[in-house]
Write a protein that binds this ligand. Structure first.
Ligand SMILES: *[C@@H]1O[C@H](CO)[C@@H](O)[C@H](O)[C@H]1NC(C)=O
Length: 402
């Protein structure tokens, strides 16, 4: 019954899910195509759809975009800006489709919640990625995953079960990986306790849950961005706090002390917290975007996703096609930074600057500290950096002391 009610409320909300201004404006030149035979074993019959633009970049990046309950690959393709970005930047978008009635994703079964769990949706999606990288000579270091609601739950699960595949993830209004686990191990089960925000665990407990989903894995993990509305009555907002605890825990940061807090960013009423900011990860390795007075779900913000994924105008290598003068500057600056800095590490930033610290740096007149924000659209804090750091434009919304 709880599930039925949820599906009805999701259906009712579906027409207002996406307000991305880019979605309608961009003309799509190729078409969404179903792919079969992408996996040697797909007993759940999870479907794969793909959008390959007419003009593909060399070594294209890949975005996996996962629909909500009652949604389809076609719906998410139409309602999000990702296929438009494929045309614009030559990347590929995979739109998986759930095989279950009501099209929620299986984020509850034993096999869905572990690496290489045969017959599960998560394994099928991983196979879609591997197939696409191979068929189109994709860039394995630029694979990203995003989704809304049930798709955001699956985004959490993919980041936990296949960390080796993804560089970054963005989850719009989901729950932590493992939160929907079914005590009986059943597939596609609803978990009211989690949905209601009553599955409260410590960062250490969530971290163990994630680590157990891929036992023995010690490689890199995708940067993780959590977005959630403060008045979400489908997946209660406590799920924001739990998801933040999970991923800050996995990376070894303290959820209570973000390195940076931005009010009214990226929109009025939103608060953005970032952890793990360093030269290779100017926006951090974990970011939480808490959308005050937003319900279920937070609308897809394609431009912010490109920033988080470091794609298109926000690419960190010189290879991206840039169309704007400002973007060229960003790409050039970033390329220099990458070339001269050490590779990304999972080392924590030794000193974290809270919102208070940033403010005092601003009023103290000595300039903001290393890795602090020093400019960008809507930025009202310090615009100079403490010596010897320089204020570097990362993108139109964010400049940083480096
Ligand atoms: C959850 O996070 C939000 C946004 O940071 C915060 O306002 C709220 O106090 C947190 N809730 C709990 C119970 O920690």
């Amino acid at each position: 019954m709880a599930r039925f009610t949820t599906l009805v409320s999701l259906l009712a909300a579906a027409s207002t899910f996406f307000t991305g201004s880019n979605a309608a404006a961009i003309e799509k030149r190729a078409s969404l195509t179903q792919v079969t035979g992408f996996s040697s074993s797909n007993p759940s019959n999870t479907k794969m759809y793909i959008y390959v633009p007419a003009k593909l970049a060399t070594k294209p990046a890949v975005i996996v975009a996962i629909h909500f309950c009652t949604g389809t690959a076609q719906a998410y393709y139409s309602q999000t800006p990702y296929a438009g970005y494929a045309d614009k930047y030559g990347l590929i978008v995979i739109f998986p489709e759930s095989p279950y009635s009501g099209t929620c994703w299986d984020v509850s079964s034993t096999n869905a919640l572990k690496h290489d769990g045969s017959g599960s949706d998560s394994k099928a999606i991983a196979d879609m990625v591997t197939y696409t990288l191979s068929k189109y000579s994709g860039d394995a270091s630029k694979v990203f995953v995003t989704g809304s609601s049930s798709g955001a739950m699956m985004t959490n699960v993919m980041a936990a079960t296949y960390p080796e595949l993804f560089a970054a993830a963005t989850a719009y209004s989901g729950v932590p990986a493992g939160c929907f686990a079914s005590s009986s191990g059943a597939a596609d089960a609803w978990n009211s306790q989690c949905a209601q925000g009553q599955s409260i665990k410590s960062a250490a407990q969530w971290t163990t849950i994630v680590q157990n989903m891929y036992q023995g894995y010690s490689g890199a993990r995708p940067r993780f961005q959590v977005k959630h509305g403060s008045i979400d009555s489908t997946l209660l907002p406590q799920n924001y706090n739990e998801t933040v605890k999970e991923w800050t825990g996995v990376f070894g940061y303290n959820a209570a002390t973000p390195a940076k807090r931005q009010f009214n960013f990226p929109k009025s009423g939103y608060t953005t917290d970032s952890w793990g900011i360093d030269s290779a990860n100017p926006l951090g390795k974990v970011q939480g975007v808490y959308a005050v007075n937003v319900g279920h779900t937070v609308p897809v913000d394609g431009d912010q996703d490109l920033q988080w994924f470091q794609l298109g105008p926000y690419a960190t290598t010189g290879s991206a096609t840039t169309t704007k003068a400002a973007s060229s500057t960003v790409a050039a600056t970033s390329a220099t930074r990458v070339a001269t800095s050490a590779p990304a590490t999972t080392t924590k930033v030794a000193t974290t600057t809270s919102a208070a610290a940033t403010t005092s740096a601003a009023s103290g007149g000595s300039g903001a500290s290393q890795w602090s924000q020093c400019g960008g659209i809507s930025w009202t804090g310090a615009t100079s950096c403490a010596s010897p750091y320089k204020c570097v434009v990362v993108n139109p919304y964010y400049s940083q002391c480096q």
